[in-house]
Design a protein around this ligand. Structure first.
Ligand code: AMP
Ligand code: ZN
Ligand code: FE
Ligand code: FE
Length: 278
C-alpha cells in the first residue's frame, strides 16, 4: 500500500514528519508522499526518518492556485529530481502571501467581534498557519461550535471573514512546475465545484497546459466519484493517482493510507505509473 497525499505539522496536519513516518511504518506502507500546503519543510525533515524506516518517501507539495475564478489546489510531485532552488524560492514567496492573508484575516475576525491575536493562532500550528488553525482558536474561544461552523459562517469563500490570498494563476504555477521538472496532479476534483458541463473543458485545458494526473482515489470520494474520475483520467490520457489527505487530528475520520472508513487501498503500481511519465 502507498499514500500519495499527506500533511504534517509543518502545514496544517498534527503529526510531526517523524511521527508520520512512524505511522506509515507501523501500517507497513511501502511509499509515502508528504504534500504539505506550500512548503517542503515537512518532507525535508522526514527524509532521514524515512531512510531509517526503509520507506520510499516522495517529495511533494500542495499549492493553492487561482484558476478561472476559483481557488483550487494543485499537487506537485518530484520523482526523479529534487525541487530546484528557483522552485523553493517561489514557495517562500507564496508563504509570504499566506502570512499577509493571515494578518488580514485576524484583523477581519477582530473587527467582526471575534478578538484574537496571530500569536494565539500560531500556538495551534507551526510555521505555516492555515485556516484550520484559525478555526481551532474560534472554537476554543466559543466563536464557533465546530470547525464546520467556523468555515461555513466565517472562513470559507462565502464566509463573512473570508480574505482571498494572492494566489498564482494556474498557468504560472504549471509553468514553474514544468521548469522544475515536477509532476502536476489535480487533487480532490470533487471539491472544485465544477458543473457537469464545465468539467471536461476545464480538465482538457489543464491537460493541454501540462497536467499529468488526477486524484481519482481520495478520502472524500464515493465509489461512484472514483469511477467517474477514473473514466476522465482514461479519456484525457492522464494518470489516476490517489491519497488519503491525512491531516491527523485536524481531520478526524481520515486514516493514513486507508482514508475514510477504509475507502482507499492504493497499490504501488500508481507510483510506478507516475514514474513512467516522460
Ligand atoms: P488555507 O490554506 O489557509 O486556505 O486553508 C486550507 C485548509 O483549510 C485545507 O486543509 C482545507 O482542507 C481546509 N478547508 C478549506 N475549506 C474547508 C471547509 N469548508 N471545511 C473544513 N476545512 C476546510
Ligand atoms: Zn490542509
Ligand atoms: Fe487540498
Ligand atoms: Fe491536502
Amino acid at each position: 500500500m502507498i499514500d500519495l497525499h499527506t500533511h504534517t505539522n509543518e502545514s496544517d496536519g498534527t503529526f510531526s514528519p517523524r511521527e508520520l513516518i512512524e505511522a506509515a511504518q507501523s501500517i507497513g506502507l511501502k511509499a509515502l508522499a508528504i504534500t504539505d500546503h506550500d512548503t517542503l519543510t515537512g518532507y525535508d525533515l522526514a527524509v532521514p526518518h524515512a531512510t531509517r524506516a526503509d520507506i520510499e518517501l516522495v517529495c511533494g507539495v500542495e499549492l493553492s492556485i487561482h484558476c478561472r475564478g476559483r481557488s483550487i489546489h494543485l499537487l506537485v510531485y518530484f520523482l526523479r529530481n529534487q525541487p530546484t532552488d528557483d522552485f523553493r524560492q517561489w514557495l517562500l514567496s507564496l508563504q509570504a502571501g499566506r502570512r499577509r492573508r493571515n494578518e488580514a484575516l485576524v484583523g477581519k475576525l477582530c473587527s467582526q467581534g471575534m478578538p484574537m491575536t496571530l500569536e494565539e493562532v500560531a500556538a495551534r500550528g507551526g510555521k505555516l498557519l492555515a485556516r484550520p488553525h484559525f478555526a481551532a482558536v474560534m472554537i476554543e474561544k466559543g466563536y464557533a461550535a465546530s470547525r464546520r461552523e467556523a468555515f461555513d459562517k466565517y472562513l470559507d469563500e462565502s464566509g463573512s471573514c473570508y480574505v482571498p490570498r494572492e494566489e498564482p494563476e494556474f498557468e504560472e504555477a504549471i509553468g514553474r512546475i514544468r521548469a522544475a521538472h515536477g509532476i502536476a496532479v489535480l487533487p480532490h476534483p470533487s471539491r472544485i465545484g465544477w458543473s457537469g458541463e464545465q468539467i471536461e473543458p476545464m480538465l482538457g485545458a489543464m491537460c493541454k497546459a501540462g497536467l499529468k494526473g488526477i486524484e481519482v482515489y481520495h478520502s472524500d470520494h464515493s465509489p461512484a466519484e472514483m469511477d467517474f474520475y477514473l473514466h476522465l483520467a482514461r479519456k484525457f490520457g492522464i494518470t489516476a493517482t490517489g491519497g488519503s489527505d491525512f491531516h491527523g487530528a485536524t481531520k478526524p475520520g481520515i486514516e493514513l493510507a486507508t482514508g475514510k472508513e477504509g475507502n482507499l487501498k492504493l497499490p504501488y503500481s500508481i507510483l510506478e505509473e507516475l514514474r513512467k511519465l516522460p
